[in-house]
Design a protein. Structure first.
Length: 403
């Protein structure tokens, strides 16, 4: 399997960039929605303004038509031609609302409103005086609604809205950058501290573990043997942390050496390594292991297994159990521990994230697991139930396993 060896930028830079992009996406979305709302309000106001401006024009048309109807009434019956005008269409109705004559495309909808829209037309109503010229009480004027304003308004909304969105997006970028600077400085300081500390841990840890192995336990009393066991647990805990810190700070300088790794043997070795640590909490292992080999860097898959077991111990209950199942296609590590809320499951892989302040650690173990899983294009699934435990499953894809 081909694996990318380039790490790119540091993890916290990637996390910072991700946070920045998420904030900007949310910020720009909210600003865009606000601008859209303002644009809709502006469009509506322009529509109503244009409609309102038609009132005086239609009133003038109505007065002109009223005079023409009056003249026709006075010339009747010599003149029987209803007055027409190319600027508008009209109709007259009697007091009961019965049509006398109409040139309009649409019948009137309201006799109580002086002006209203109907389809793509505008109707204007002028009640006539009691002279009832031609028997008419109501004069309607109809014109096609003017939509010439629409293109200009939409164009203005798009141009000014886009410019405003761009300016506010730039402002938001600099605004969030300023507020992220303290977090960036803190993470950089922590990273520098971890790197400096890591270099100083190796020699004393190795010396402690080597001397523990060389000590004659048979010559010790039970009391001293328990003390030695506690020292061994503490040393292995620090050693595990050292391995994580070394991988985290120095892995980008190390070239991967992929090979076929016997996962069954690896898991058995790591369970034996963590047996003393698990025993301190009276935790037992239940193993169901089948033969399986994975083409991967041995150091990296060891970090994955170590961190899964370490977390299963750390967040397990006293007298709990850790179930490890290995098949050719997958690895499952399940504990009977404290579990976490379902809405927090996706956060467990974030660097420096811890869900139990009573347990030690930097919150980097599962972040390392995810980075290795992603590097080798494997799949990881997490299920957790509060106060019942957590199950982590790693699926091996075809081409990476020894079939």
């Amino acid at each position: 399997m081909l694996v990318s060896k380039s790490k790119g930028t540091s993890l916290h830079r990637s996390s910072e960039r991700s946070s920045l992009l998420r904030f900007l996406a949310l910020y720009i979305t909210l600003v865009a929605l606000l601008l859209l709302l303002l644009g809709m309000l502006h469009y509506k106001s322009q529509k109503e303004l244009t409609f309102s401006n038609q009132r005086s024009i239609l009133a003038t048309y109505a007065n002109e038509q009223y005079k023409a109807i009056k003249e026709l009434h006075e010339e009747y019956p010599q003149n029987l031609t209803y007055p027409r005008n190319t600027k508008f269409r009209s109709a007259i109705y009697d007091l009961s609302g019965v049509k006398i004559f109409s040139l309009m495309k649409l019948n009137p909808k309201h006799f109580g409103r002086d002006m209203y829209r109907i389809n793509d037309s505008i109707h204007f109503l002028k009640p006539l005086d009691e002279n009832y010229y031609l028997g008419a009480k109501y004069l309607f004027i109809e014109v096609d609604e003017d939509f010439t304003w629409k293109d200009d308004v939409i164009k203005d909304i798009i141009i000014y809205g886009t410019l405003t969105l761009l300016v506010l997006a730039i402002f938001g970028f600099f605004f969030v950058s300023i507020f992220l600077r303290p977090m960036r400085n803190s993470i950089t300081l922590l990273d520098d501290f971890i790197k400096d500390t890591t270099h100083e841990l190796n020699t004393p840890i190795s010396a402690i573990l080597a001397n523990i192995e060389m000590m004659d336990k048979d010559a010790m009393g039970e009391k001293n043997e328990k003390k030695l066991a506690r020292i061994n647990i503490a040393a292995k805990t620090v050693s595990h942390l050292y391995q994580d810190l070394t991988y985290l700070t120095l892995s980008h300088n190390r070239k991967s050496k992929d090979e076929w790794v016997d996962l069954k043997q690896l898991i058995q070795d790591r369970v034996e390594y963590f047996a003393i640590l698990a025993g301190s909490k009276k935790i037992t292992f239940t193993l169901d292991l089948k033969d399986s080999a994975l083409f991967i860097d041995a150091v990296k898959i060891a970090r994955v297994v170590d961190n899964l077991i370490s977390n299963a111990i750390k967040y397990n209950k006293r007298h709990g159990t850790i179930f490890i199942t290995l098949r050719k296609q997958h690895l499952i590590v399940r504990d009977t521990g404290i579990g976490i809320e379902s809405n927090e499951v996706n956060e467990i892989f974030e660097r420096y994230t811890r869900f139990n302040s009573s347990e030690g650690g930097f919150g980097i173990g599962l972040n390392i697991v995810r980075s290795i899983i992603n590097e080798y294009s494997l799949q990881i699934e997490v299920e957790s139930v509060l106060n019942q435990g957590t199950t982590i499953r790693i699926n091996f894809l075809k081409g990476t396993i020894d079939a």
